[in-house]
Design a protein around this ligand. Structure first.
Ligand SMILES: Nc1ncnc2c1ncn2[C@@H]1O[C@H](COP(=O)(O)OP(=O)(O)OP(=O)(O)O)[C@@H](O)[C@H]1O
Ligand SMILES: Nc1ncnc2c1ncn2[C@@H]1O[C@H](COP(=O)(O)OP(=O)(O)OP(=O)(O)O)[C@@H](O)[C@H]1O
Length: 575
């Protein structure tokens, strides 16, 4: 159904081809997962299937890509639209109409389907993707995850034979991701739909793949094989595989269920450390709970950019006497007729890393927005460093709080990476070069990107890192990140974890709104769960996530009833 014959793509101005010698086939009715580190060219391969590369992106495509027998060099994307449905990384750029129902119907209208067929498929898709309650809503008022579900729904309704999906679950909560993937699997199994999908959160998707197409490094040949074979050699792999590699299980487990079946002896080996951890763990006086295990590395340095040194500082529990960085009291926010937050109380203290979790639409972004003055309290109060955010002028506020938004492009407005960094230095009154240094430290590969690259042409991970560098340039005591691991591979995520731990050790308070349960398990001191605008749990990470089937990380599920959160903890305990 999809055939690549010795394909290489070179973007304009690039010294070398982004992908080269790509040669593989995807048979009809298979789901193939495209795996590889950030910036390796996954979106480029996907774009070559939908025709967006090179017709829309520019550059040169050598070799041949055919989809259902059509050559994508000679067929423009719209001439492939009846066969290929594409969801890119940025749902907003997809939408052509204003409301959910219109958007679901649009693709079918352009193909001239009969009104009764359109009606039926819209209803089916609203049900399948849990969008029925949102059918009349303007798309612009939906949360990030709700928008992503609409974007997926809008490509499903025309029943294309081929689906090309670039990180389709990146903004979805864990339960919604499972629902969407189950729908895709049904299409593959029941209708013979062919799916080519790139996704960084392999823990969510690997079990659905028939085959894995691996791009291990820039310019390296693409390898196609069974998920287990590819996971044995891939530089990127989910925690279940990391645990399998650590325990030398063969074949490698790909699901929590597989791993649980083999975990008996590992649990036995870990039992003494689990018992001694339990005995050591003193109740946390501040929160009345058991603190999670913490690395016992050297004391943190006070230097700015300490992550330059590759050390793991001890996450600090803030002293009880510390002045709060931010305080939220009885906060309610109404947006149009939607009650986005209800009576939220939250105190954020210096040095703490707090993960805000909850289903799509629970109110996480709204809460972050109130902290940076982008949303106003309807009732209640918000105070950051003693200031009321929505009444504070931005030049003052950026020194107190910075938000890396869900769509980094909402923050980036210059035409080049260099101009973006210069503007950030200027806005923050920082020494020229501060932003650029931050950027290269966060993402060493950024040196491959010229100063003149348009932020739009960066890969998703690169763009997010640029936005993070821009925000950090002003060194705000409160750093907010909305879904920061969207588009990041495991290595970039590990660098982000080190960076954020070090910032916290310096006294920065960090709040992450995230659906990435593995990130929360690894990084957060505390998890606040929101449901329908209300706080339903607030406590140490281990306590909040352990009891939740949706929010527990893979290692916790595999090794229960012992309470381990990450592979790193298990490795340390095994010595
Ligand atoms: N339109 C474009 N013009 C110039 N360079 C581009 C363009 N699109 C992508 N690139 C570059 O090509 C490389 C591969 O990008 P691509 O988005 O395909 O990688 P990716 O594997 O999908 O990355 P990620 O996982 O971070 O999304 C990156 O260095 C990127 O900067
Ligand atoms: N401008 C708006 N007008 C009306 N309703 C809105 C607006 N922005 C958000 N909402 C609604 O407020 C609720 C909370 O949205 P919010 O974006 O805070 O959720 P979230 O928890 O961040 O979701 P996600 O995980 O999908 O990003 C949702 O029901 C959303 O549809």
């Amino acid at each position: 159904m999809i055939r690549f014959e010795d394909v290489s793509v070179t973007y304009e101005g690039a010294a070398e081809a982004t992908v080269r010698g790509v040669d593989f086939e995807v048979p009809e009715g298979e789901l193939v997962l495209l795996v590889g580190p950030s910036g390796v060219g996954k979106s480029t391969v996907l774009g070559a299937v939908s025709g967006l590369v090179p017709h829309f992106t520019g550059g040169t495509l050598r070799g041949r890509v055919t989809v259902a027998g059509r050559d994508t060099r000679t067929h423009k994307p719209r001439e492939l639209a009846d066969v290929v449905g594409t969801v890119g990384q940025d749902p907003l750029s997809h939408f052509v109409t204003d409301t959910v129902e219109d958007e679901l119907a649009y693709g079918m209208e352009s193909l001239g389907l009969a009104p009764e067929v359109m009606r039926r498929r819209v209803e089916e898709t609203l049900d399948l993707l849990g969008l029925a309650d949102l059918r009349d809503r303007p798309i612009a008022t939906l949360s990030g995850g709700q928008q992503q579900r609409v974007a997926i729904g809008s490509v499903l309704t025309p029943h294309p034979r081929v689906l090309v999906l670039d990180e389709p679950t990146s903004a979805l909560d864990p339960a919604a991701a499972e629902e969407v993937l189950a729908v895709l699997q049904r299409l593959v199994h029941d209708l013979g739909t062919t799916v080519l999908m790139a996704e960084h959160r392999l823990e969510r998707v690997i079990q659905y793949a028939d085959q894995v197409a691996l791009l291990p490094a820039p310019g390296a040949p693409l390898q196609l094989g069974s998920p287990a074979d590819m996971m044995a050699v891939s530089p990127v792999y989910p925690p279940v595989v990391a645990l399998g590699r650590l325990a030398t299980w063969s074949p490698l487990p790909l699901t929590v269920r597989d791993a649980r079946r083999r975990a008996g002896s590992l649990r036995d080996q870990l039992a003494p450390s689990a018992a001694s951890r339990a005995a050591r763990a003193a109740p946390d006086p501040k929160r009345g709970g058991t603190p999670q295990a913490r690395p016992s590395d050297p004391a943190p340095t006070r230097r700015w950019l300490p992550f330059l040194r590759n050390h793991k500082p001890t996450p600090t529990t803030p002293p009880a006497t510390a002045q709060p960085t931010a305080e939220i009291q009885a906060l309610s926010v109404r947006r149009a007729h939607i009650q986005a937050l209800r009576q939220v109380d939250l105190t954020i203290t210096p040095g703490e890393i707090l993960a805000l979790m909850g289903r799509n639409g629970a109110g996480k972004s709204t809460l972050l927005n109130t902290l940076v003055g982008l949303a106003e309290p309807t009732t209640g109060s918000v105070s950051v460093g003693g200031l009321t955010p929505h009444r504070t002028p931005p030049p003052t506020l950026i020194r107190h709080v910075g938000l890396v938004p869900q769509e980094p492009r909402d923050l980036l407005y210059a035409d080049t990476v260099a101009a973006e960094c210069t503007a950030a230095d200027h806005d923050a009154d920082a020494t020229p070069g501060t932003c650029r240094t931050l950027l290269s430290t966060l993402l060493p590969e950024i040196t491959d990107v010229t100063e003149d690259t348009h932020p739009r042409d960066l890969s998703e991970g690169q763009r997010l890192t640029l936005a993070l560098a821009v925000v950090l340039t002003a060194r705000p005591p409160l750093l907010l990140l909305d879904e920061p691991t969207r588009g990041l591979d495991y290595a970039a995520k590990a660098r982000l974890v080190t960076l954020l731990r070090n910032l916290a050790a310096e006294g920065h308070a960090i709040v992450l709104a995230t659906h990435d349960v593995e990130l929360a398990a690894e990084l957060a001191h505390r998890v606040v769960l929101l449901a329908d605008g209300e706080v339903i749990a607030d406590g140490p990470t281990a306590e909040v996530v352990v009891s939740s089937p949706s929010f527990a990380p893979q290692v916790t599920k595999i090794l229960a009833p012992q309470r381990w959160l990450t592979v790193a903890q298990v490795r340390e305990a095994l010595g």
